[in-house]
Design a protein around this ligand. Structure first.
Ligand SMILES: [Zn+2]
Length: 467
């Protein structure tokens, strides 16, 4: 249909002046339709099989006139890229979401895992909060940008990636290494943050700006083999056990960075006075003040304790093969999460000193690791757009957050893209009840899905539209 010129002129003037507001009633119905469709497609990884979702997205985007590129290392696991062009005055913004999910045990689900059943204000299904919420929010933003002909200073690119849950070699690693020109951006918004509700009330929002670097430390003890009836002081397993115990009980030095310092400072502003004092104490340069708070974290808030340092968790132990034989060797694996600014070689030397046993060798083991990456900046336009819209839509204080785990953003940060992890509002009570990401069951509040779409829309438009 041809639109009279005058109308076009008025419309584009209107959309460049202010953040244009779509018809949200219609958008919510459309969001639900797409969300239900992709939740009903089983893309559990392994084995993956993201193609049905990729085909669906491709068809919806192309019907809107958007160009779609498909990048597949394996035919049933395509990655989908689409782009809306801007003037090029500024470098692109990338929106990234993954189309695979973790596995399910159908017996544990009240509502079947691929039903997208709606009940009591929730939508149930694998992927509802990880990460098909981000998939559908990104899809809707792209459709609305195209329909409203929003004038943009920077291209907006969407990447719907496969394999996030354990096969990055066919997903982000493949796209970032082989097709980076298709996604090269200044900024990226992806999963990894959240809006935390407690008792139905928003407490704060977290935006992931940096993550720890996963490594593995191997601990190998060696001794003389012998008969189990004759105890030996050199028993390899005894030395291994002692070494593992020392490592687990050790407190590596505390190190704060820009993100974690801002995190605890802002967290204090939305905490009870007692909690607030502890978070502030952590920031004190005086160890007499910070240490008691740090010790409290170790016991009661282990995720926060991990955010304060490189962490070490013994996770695998192996050695011995029969009751009456003292083995000559035993090994343990320590899941090591390096603080972003930690010097890996110096840190390993510290662990060796903690173990302090000539019978025990400590070294970095092989790990399909994500690369060390710089933190995204807190004073960037991309962070400010998120912060402003978290305030607008959620009335929430924004906490920049360091993830103790690893995400696909690491592959982009390594290439110089500043990435920010976001997410919809979820209830803290839902995790312990078994409804969170990777839980036995998974669900999202329908109203929060829609609020997340509106938040995404405003943040993207604020950051990318022509000024
Ligand atoms: Zn995820």
């Amino acid at each position: 249909m041809r639109i009279p010129f005058l109308l076009v002129a008025i419309t584009s003037a209107a959309v460049t002046a202010q953040s244009p507001q779509p018809n949200w009633t219609a958008i919510e119905a459309e969001t639900l339709k797409h969300f239900e469709a992709i939740i009903r497609m089983d893309t559990t990884d392994p084995p993956g099989g993201e193609k049905p979702v990729a085909d669906y997205l491709k068809q919806v985007l192309e019907a809107e006139g958007l160009p779609v590129q498909v990048f597949s290392k394996e035919p049933h696991r395509p990655n989908i890229v689409t782009r809306i062009k801007g003037t090029g005055k500024q470098r692109p913004l990338l929106l990234m979401a993954h189309t695979d999910t973790v596995n399910v045990d159908p017996k544990k689900w009240t509502h079947p895992p691929f039903s997208a059943a709606r009940d009591g204000g929730y939508i149930y299904g694998r992927g509802t909060v990880d990460d098909k919420d981000n998939v559908v929010a990104t899809l809707m933003v792209m459709l609305m940008l195209a329909r409203q002909h929003v004038a943009l200073d920077r291209d907006v690119i969407a990447l719907f990636e496969a394999g996030e849950e354990g096969s990055s070699s066919i997903g982000i690693q493949f796209v970032a290494n082989e097709h980076f020109d298709a996604i090269d951006s200044e900024f990226c918004y992806a999963e990894g943050g959240s809006v935390v509700r407690s008792g139905g009330v928003v407490k704060f929002a977290s935006v992931q700006t940096v993550e720890k670097i996963p490594r593995a430390i191997s601990v190998t003890a060696r001794g003389v083999a012998g008969h189990g009836s004759v105890p030996l002081e050199t028993n390899a397993l005894a030395h291994l056990g002692e070494a593992v115990g020392k490592i687990a009980l050790w407190t590596p030095p505390m190190r704060l960075n820009e993100t974690t310092a801002a995190y605890f400072k802002r967290l204090a502003t939305v905490s009870t006075p007692e909690e607030a004092k502890r978070y502030q104490d952590l920031l004190s340069p005086d160890p007499k003040v910070s240490k008691p708070a740090d010790d409290y974290m170790r016991k009661h808030e282990p995720r926060h304790w991990s955010m304060l340092r490189t962490s070490l968790s013994p996770t695998v132990i192996a050695g011995g093969y029969r009751t009456n034989v003292i083995p000559s060797e035993g090994t343990a694996t320590i899941d090591t999460r390096l603080a972003p600014d930690e010097d890996p070689a110096k840190f390993l030397e510290m662990v060796r000193q903690v173990v302090n046993d000539p019978q025990v060798e400590v070294s970095y083991g092989a790990r399909d690791t994500r690369p060390p990456t710089p933190a995204a900046k807190l004073d960037s336009d991309a962070f400010k757009a998120l912060e402003a819209n978290l305030t607008k839509h959620y009335k929430a204080v924004t906490l920049p957050t360091m993830s103790t785990g690893a995400t696909d953003m690491a592959f982009l940060r390594r290439k110089g893209v500043q990435c920010y992890g976001i997410g919809p509002a979820t209830d803290v009570e839902d995790g312990p009840k078994g409804f969170g990401a990777h839980s036995d069951q998974e669900r999202i509040l329908e109203s929060e899905l829609y609020r997340f779409v509106r938040f995404n829309w405003d943040a993207v438009v604020d950051l990318a539209r022509a000024k």
